[in-house]
Design a protein around this ligand. Sequence first.
Ligand code: GDP
Length: 459
Amino acid sequence: SPQEDENKGNRTKEAIRNARELFEKERGSEKEQLHLVVIGHVDAGKSTMMGHLLFDLGNVPQRLMHKYEQESKKMGKQSFMFAWVLDETGEERNRGITMDCGYQRFETPTKQVTLLDAPGHKDFIPNMICGANQADVAILVVDATRGEFETGFEQGGQTREHALLVRSLGVSQLCVAINKLDNEKWNQDRFNDIMNKLKFFLKHAGFKDSDVHYIPCSGLTGENLVKPSTESELISWYKGPTLLQVVDSFKVPERAIDKPFRMSVSDVFKGVGSSGFCISGRIASGHVCTNDKALICPSKEQGVIKHITIDEFPVQSAFAGDQVSITLTGADPTNVSVGFILCDTHNPVPLATKIKARIIVFNVKSPITIGYPVLLHHHSLVEPATVSKLKAQLHKGTGEIIKKSPRCLTNNSCALIELSFQRVIAIEKYSDLKEMGRIMLRVGGTTIAAGLVTDIINS
Ligand code: GDP
């Protein structure tokens, strides 16, 4: 009835107001959180730049940096010493490339930044997706060295591909680091030339001019990363911000605290000495308090939240963005699996047997046709799915329909498709809840596409 709807509406409004107040009270003094992905062609200098930035910020102990310096010298690879900060395994070192998404944190005056490192090697685009899929903002690194920028920017280079990819995954703010300008003697014309080429391209890729910042820098010498440059040639024409200042100036997407509570279950285990059982995961949206009821979907198992911990510390409430362990009572653990969504009982997550999604395709060995089997990755869920319709092929930049009902999809295409599942899954439209509407598709251990959920079908 309308009366019930109104009551429910008021209750929701009140819950949201309370969540905000509670968050301000408990966390108001903390810095804003920003997830940053670093993209660009292989060897553009991404790892070196971020390693040097972390060192300049004091995040890398002097002793460790000294060790990297000694070891890299011994191997005749001293130019990689800063890149080693981000490359933790020996295998990556030997091959001289960053292989996986390494996670690092640093702070700016107003922000706590989580760095989702993106490797540049061609084979490793799938890893870069895992970073890009969670990113709020991106740094696009280009090598200013004569010939090198051109190679990275050509068709087949990764500069365009990465920029289009992060844009299609929802990133709208970009810092373009025109790097290795030391190789070009800090030449202003070279900087302007590269900037103008990128401006034209990025505009067509769907970035607003005002959301893209261009900075000249050198990851190797550290020029213009954290401290303003002292290089006379550069400061004769450049008065703008450092890389760190640009990162600090990015607008932070709000933590989705005001949204309904959602948490993807990444682990289920027996609690220590407690009744009930434990689940852990990252809260995607909303908040929870102890003694709240919660629903697990798609099994619709209901339970009560008895206990919440963050980093092993008990807390009364937790918010979007927090990694938590939750003890549930009154629910049957056999109805809970990794990938299920713990959610608000009043506003549960939708269920779907099919979804429509806007995807960008890369890395497919054979073109995607109707009936193509894939694994859907959605938070912790890995679910077999079939491409059941190819609705349209889209322009990568503008999203306009280029072709209706294409017969197949090849690498680097953008498309609207329908996916079907054998079981019901809990998932949401990107336009309803960004945090719950991003997906990746994998086949045989490789990511072949990433995208956004545009529609939910539950037949
Ligand atoms: P990534 O593949 O993008 O992570 O690139 P790396 O950080 O591994 O750097 C590739 C190579 O470029 C290494 O030999 C670096 O020493 C070199 N390099 C990185 N940044 C600069 C820079 O600012 N100036 C110069 N001259 N060389 C750089």
